[in-house]
Design a protein around this ligand. Structure first.
Ligand code: FES
Length: 104
């Protein structure tokens, strides 16, 4: 298990365990303060929207075009926005910090 830091919509930070090899959405949707992930990871709902801590943003693989397209349509889009269903947890991302984005 790998450590993931999650800032909820009230600004409170939580340390949670995240299994490498899984998309971080899989962990976030199990949390009371996490994401809805309505489409189950099909990159079509954007209810798994998070902001990646800027210190980590460069260490993630760049988003594919379908993720970029969906993100760009969001009212709360920022340059560090990601869909958590498209980000795979790895050992090298231990300590990754993400903030749950506001509901659209
Ligand atoms: S879970 Fe729907 S886009 Fe990520």
């Amino acid at each position: 298990m790998t450590k993931l830091l999650v800032v909820d919509r009230d600004g409170e930070e939580h340390e949670v365990e995240c299994k490498p090899g899984l998309k971080i959405m899989e962990t976030l949707r199990e949390l009371d303060y996490g994401v809805a992930a309505i489409c189950g990871g099909m990159c079509s709902c954007a209810t798994c929207h998070v902001y990646v801590d800027r210190n980590w943003a460069d260490q993630l693989p760049a988003p594919m075009s379908d993720e970029r397209e969906l993100l760009s349509e969001l009212a709360h889009f920022q340059d560090n926005s990601r869909l958590s269903c498209q980000v795979e947890m790895t050992e090298s991302l231990a300590g990754l910090r993400v903030t749950i984005a506001p509901d659209e």
